[in-house]
Ligand binder design. Structure first.
Ligand SMILES: *Cc1c(COP(=O)(O)O)cnc(C)c1O
Length: 448
């Protein structure tokens, strides 16, 4: 088999770059992808590989234990596998969500919770692959712009690999769980005035001028690692393909990786149909949604505004790649409001799972798509929960205390003008005098 190489996304001509050339765009500015010249495997090979994946699941060797490297036959040219950087990521659970099923009008509903990764978000799947590549390339300093989770993940994996890391974050817009990670894992943390899109613009230029290795999802090896999210999921489902995957859309790297994973699994003969992918955006950060509704494939950036900070992105880098996923899977794009996100998040919570707000767009989107008739209640649906509840505890506490604002400012007290209304979805803390009888009386009245 030919080896993998880099090419501009959707290039059909002969522009190609070797895997070890450090570049993120073609000379004419297009983003790159890894072209893996896979061929159709024989039925025997597919059966043997499926057996091998089962066997590796029971192994304690890090290269087998990892939900990325277990599926290394789908990854490009990282051999030999003795230098991989793994924590080990992946192995994230698939949960039933009975209360969310009821809330969305589904007969049943499942979640794959990528928040159960070493640093609490799906970014670890891609980061393990990209930091491993960085190590192979002899890189010593890595950088990214981040709404939080990329920086947390990069800082951790860089630390594991003995590299220095620099993160660019939008000042005052990062959730504390994520900021605390970047600081704790030793990243040089540069808070810049402006939003994520500004930070992204700056980091690309800084990386070019200083020869730093860029680890945003524009890095094609991140996408390769994130493909294994879908491979692992199908493995967990015994290779039975669900009807729908619902995922949040921010910079659109993850949804792009999903489409690439399905295309390669079809090509190699692992699956013969693909799930439809529904990408959900926040109303305040909805360039892909606009493009989908207007059937206009050009990206019109927006000024992003949402409390789901992980998807507060108005100028997504992987816009074209995620369009491939939509078309290849007969997928669609939906948008949800701040209220819909908050309410859905509280329903995920009472299923005992919890997530950060960006992940809750999936359950909110599911409800909307059921109401519109796009998803049938009997369909099999997996919501991709992208980040852990504890990433953004402020949001959750504000929600339950009825202090959730779009334009929150924090001094000694939380204030704001644009209230996010969540009546009936809150679980507010209560104040009761420190007296046993009063407390017993209170419990009797309110619980049993
Ligand atoms: C990064 C992130 C997203 C957005 O993913 P993209 O690949 O940028 O679309 C969504 N949710 C969480 C929790 C994230 O960390």
């Amino acid at each position: 088999m030919e080896t993998s190489y880099l090419r501009p996304f959707c290039e059909t001509g002969d522009i190609r770059y070797p895997l070890n050339e450090i570049r993120y765009r073609s000379d004419d500015g297009r983003i790159l992808e890894v072209a893996n010249p896979f061929e159709k495997f024989s039925t025997d090979t597919v059966a043997r590989l499926k057996g091998l994946f089962d066997k590796r699941s029971g192994s304690w060797k890090p290269v087998d234990r990892s939900g990325v490297w277990r599926y290394r036959e789908f990854l490009p040219a990282f051999e030999p596998f003795d230098a991989i950087v793994t924590m080990p990521e992946g192995n994230t659970p698939i949960y039933k969500m009975p209360r969310c099923a009821e809330y969305t009008g589904m007969n049943s509903l499942k979640a794959k919770h990528l928040g159960c990764n070493p640093t609490g978000s799906f970014k670890d799947y891609g980061m393990s692959a990209a930091i491993t590549m960085a190590k192979k390339l002899g890189i010593t300093i890595v950088a990214c712009a981040s709404t939080g989770n990329t920086s947390a993940s990069m800082a951790a994996y860089a630390a594991r690999a003995g590299m220095k890391s620099i993160v660019f974050i939008p000042e005052g817009q990062i959730a504390y769980g994520k900021l605390s990670q970047a600081l704790d894992y030793g990243a040089l943390t540069i808070q810049i005035e402006g939003d994520f899109d500004k930070a992204m613009e700056i980091v690309e230029e800084v990386c070019k001028q200083r020869n730093l290795y860029l680890l945003n999802s524009i890095n094609p090896f991140r996408i390769e690692g994130q493909k294994t999210i879908m491979i692992e999921m199908l493995h967990q489902l015994n290779w039975e393909v669900p009807d729908w995957i619902i995922a949040p859309g921010g910079n659109l790297g993850n949804s792009s990786a999903f489409g690439k994973a399905f295309a390669e699994m079809v090509l190699t003969g692992f699956i013969d149909k693909v799930p439809r992918v529904a990408i959900i955006q926040a109303e305040g950060a909805n360039p892909l949604y606009n493009s989908f509704i207007n059937k206009d494939h050009t990206l019109h950036p927006v000024n992003a505004d949402t409390r789901a900070s992980a998807i507060k992105i108005g100028n997504p880098v992987s816009f074209e790649k995620s369009w491939f996923t939509i078309e290849y899977t007969s997928g669609l794009v939906e948008q949800v409001s701040e209220e819909e996100i908050a309410k859905a998040k509280s329903r995920i919570g009472i299923d005992g799972i919890g997530s950060e707000p960006a992940s809750a767009t999936t359950v909110a989107g599911c409800k909307k798509l059921v109401e519109k008739g796009a998803i049938k209640p009997s369909d099999s649906v997996i919501c991709i929960l992208t980040g852990h509840l504890l990433k953004d505890p402020d949001y959750t506490v504000e929600l339950h205390r009825d202090e959730l604002y779009l334009d929150v400012t924090r001094e000694t007290k939380v204030r704001g003008k644009k209230k996010i209304v969540t009546d009936g979805f809150r679980n507010s803390p209560v104040q009761v005098p420190a007296d046993v009888d009063t407390i017993l009386e209170f419990i009797k009245k309110n619980v049993c």
